[in-house]
Design a protein around this ligand. Structure first.
Ligand SMILES: [Zn+2]
Length: 470
């Protein structure tokens, strides 16, 4: 009998060792997590419809797939947080990074706003992988911050910047955000660039500086931002001095690929969310396509490195985008090919015109054309004239009620465009609509099904053998 028991134990041990070795061998060495901020199903659909359209020709099929929609495994994620069914990026990114729910506004902490939660990025770093955090908005913004910071409020940007410097991660790339690192612009006057340099970070402040960094360098790149220093400009407003996400991801792969243990790269398309808040469909589409191109770079990397896992999801939906309205069965995304500038540039131009006392109806009609609204109808002109009057009142309550707090003229431009395209935004904020997840690579099938955002982290922990415990 003892002999039998010994034999069974032996068999069990062999099985366990084999299973362990099998599992070890199957953990992905390179992990990409792409997060489209505010990116729900409708956002993924409108961008795909766009690439199946041509200027003047509406899509009649979806034969061409976005990279993100072509990944083999499909799931849906619920995104509620401890405050609301309608969550924010701080709590939802915390869920993706830690597997815990928390309150809106809180990063890397439990609902008590004191207890730090463990992060998948920290565990993968401990395991020996290099960690890179990338966003097209400032690197201290909620979503990227949730992968390296622990703080009770997402608005404590200066403190988040300090936590970034003291993290042991390998690469941070964001747009704008100088004000949280530059001693002349921080409230406490601390020089975080000098601190970063003393911690071994190579600093990059321009496109050329970033692209000339050497493999294996620890990187902090605050790339030139938009007029508010909050993010990269919208893709449609960028110049040759800016970087697109695919270029950033491509260079970041190069920088991190010296580590034989692999890397974990989080890539956020953050400004998709801002375009959705502002109901700027054209800017949202072009920024979606920017993120999708970056996913294409990861897919090309995966071709050569089959031990690569790619996950694409949103942190939450934003804007409640509806593709068709009224009782006409149509949507015309191809119209947005003619949108040449984002609402940000419209707002700046309006400010300049107002400053020079040149905010005339004719000047604004010309700006509408420049935005992409060709051949204004009389009804459209009437709506624009009202928006100029509302803008000039400077009445915050009125502007909040009628325009969600956005500047009236650019909001009316966007509404007219959306009406022409027959689509509708129900909200200036996030919504409780679940988000679509796609994945491909070792362990990807585990992410299938209707799961919660906390499970995305928990499954990744299992698949990547990060050894987090809950
Ligand atoms: Zn948002």
């Amino acid at each position: 009998m003892f002999r039998k028991l010994r034999l069974s134990l032996f068999v069990l041990m062999v099985l366990l060792v084999t299973a362990f070795a099998y599992a070890q061998g199957n953990a992905p060495k390179h992990i990409f997590m792409f997060i489209g901020d505010g990116m729900g199903v409708a956002q993924r659909q409108i961008a795909e419809l766009q690439i199946n359209s041509k200027p003047g020709v509406t899509a009649t099929s979806q034969k061409v797939r976005l990279n993100m929609n072509s990944l083999k495994i499909l799931g849906m994620n619920t995104t509620y947080d401890s405050s609301s069914i309608v969550p924010d990026s701080a709590s939802t990114a915390t869920s993706l990074a830690s597997g815990y729910k928390t309150l809106s506004g809180v990063i890397g902490m439990k609902e008590d706003k004191v207890t730090k939660v463990p992060l998948i990025s920290e565990f993968l770093k401990q395991k020996g992988l290099s960690v890179g955090i990338i966003s097209d908005v400032k690197i201290v913004h909620a979503t990227p911050a949730a992968f390296y910071a622990h703080i009770d409020s997402r608005n404590k940007y200066d403190e988040i910047a300090s936590q970034l410097i003291h993290s042991d991660f390998d690469l941070f790339v964001g747009g704008g955000g100088d004000k949280h690192f530059n001693p002349a612009r921080r409230e406490d006057g601390k020089d975080l660039y000098a601190e970063a340099a003393s911690k071994g970070f190579a600093l990059a402040r321009t496109r050329d500086e970033f692209l000339s960094l050497k493999k294996g360098t620890k990187v902090l790149a605050n790339l030139p931002g938009d007029v508010y220093d909050e993010a990269l400009p919208y893709v449609m407003d960028r110049t040759g001095a800016d970087l697109n996400l695919d270029e950033i991801v491509s260079k970041s792969i190069d920088l991190l690929s010296g580590n034989p243990k692999g890397f974990f790269m989080v890539v956020e398309g953050g400004k998709i969310d801002w375009a959705c808040h502002a109901n700027d469909t054209g800017a949202a589409i072009v920024n979606m396509l920017d993120l999708d191109k970056a996913i294409g770079v990861a897919l090309a990397f995966k071709e050569k490195n089959p031990d690569t896992l790619i996950i694409v999801t949103g942190d939450h939906e934003c804007g409640g985008l509806g593709l068709s309205m009224g009782n006409t069965y149509r949507v015309n995304p191809e119209l947005f090919y003619s949108q040449k500038i984002s609402h940000e540039v419209v707002d700046e131009t309006i400010k300049t015109l107002a400053g020079k006392k040149e905010l005339t109806e004719e000047a604004v009609f010309r700006l509408a054309e420049e935005f992409g609204l060709a051949s204004l109808t009389e009804a459209e002109k009437t709506a624009i004239v009202k928006s100029i009057a509302d803008e000039q009142t400077g009445d915050k309550d009125l502007i909040k009620t009628l325009y969600g707090g956005y500047r009236p003229v650019s909001m009316v431009f966007k509404r007219l465009f959306n009406t022409r395209a027959n689509l509708y935004w129900t909200s200036y904020s996030h919504t409780g609509i679940p988000v679509m997840l796609t994945a491909e690579g070792p362990g990807a099938d585990r992410f299938a099904g209707y799961i919660d955002n906390t499970d995305v982290c928990r499954i990744l922990n299992t698949v990547a053998q990060a050894e987090m415990k809950w």
